[in-house]
Design a protein around this ligand. Sequence first.
Ligand SMILES: Cc1ncc(COP(=O)(O)O)c(C=O)c1O
Length: 317
Amino acid sequence: MIARTNAYHGSTIAGVSLGGMKPMHKQGGPWLPGIEHIMQPYRFGEGLGEDPLAFAERAANALEERILQIGPEKVAAFIGEPVQGAGGVIIPPEGYWPRVEATCRKYGILLICDEVICGFGRLGRWFGFQHYGVKPDLVSMAKGLSSGYLPISAVGVASHIVETLREPGGMFVHGYTYSGHPTAAAVALKNIEIIERERLVERTADDTGPYFARALAGLARHPLIGEARSLGLLGAAEIVSRKGTNERFGGAEGKAGPIVRDLCIKNGLMVRAVRDTLVMSPPLVISHDEIDRLVAVLRRSLDEAEPVLRNIQAPAP
Ligand SMILES: Cc1ncc(COP(=O)(O)O)c(C=O)c1O
């Protein structure tokens, strides 16, 4: 299996092994063998100043290079979140996903999209892969399926895989105590009905998503923000020590983020810091006024944090 640096696919042994979170890998093990990680399409962090198309090509080519290194016959699948969420809302540049898909098809490798964050409307389409115009063979889903009201998850499996599993006959001996739980399924169905009725996916695409993007573009003018980006209602703001660069306060990642996050929480906004990236995944029912408030609190918290951040010392060499 091939996955990516900074990917997040869960906290089980398989999930952590597929995920590319170094701090998680350091905390345990042994992890599953046979999993390789390639670069993430994180332009702000790893390709600042590079032409977006050239960066997309470089990041997508990493997949083909690794397949050829390992030997295509030994690679079963590539897994990726359409937009990496927990890794810092990493929105791949145009051209990345179609190239990844083409590479998978070229070598007969399954394409798995982890839609746990992107799925059910967050990017302004029901699924993230639809936004990028690719067709996965397997799709994992959870959060948005019930809007988080009850725990439920699912895997979408292409019929050619189902047929392969059926061919030998007999049973596919996998199951869970709560598989197909009727209460959770009823809640998920009702949730999807409400998303459809209230046209929340369309609203994210045509109204709140673009409004959120404009609000974040305003925030990007703040002296501490190196980049603010969003797709639908998934957004991020990068805290930097010097405008126009991706340099971090104290000369290392992860010092500024928690300081700004704590001020945001004190000022009434629940936000998450992934290293020095503030990541946001507001509810799909968010209003324009609430988006304005969200950005106003971010701005105020950054202003309050600035004198503290300017005093962070660089680590001793
Ligand atoms: C993309 C992605 N995949 C998988 C998971 C793991 O889901 P769970 O926490 O339900 O195991 C998450 C959780 O945040 C996620 O964001």
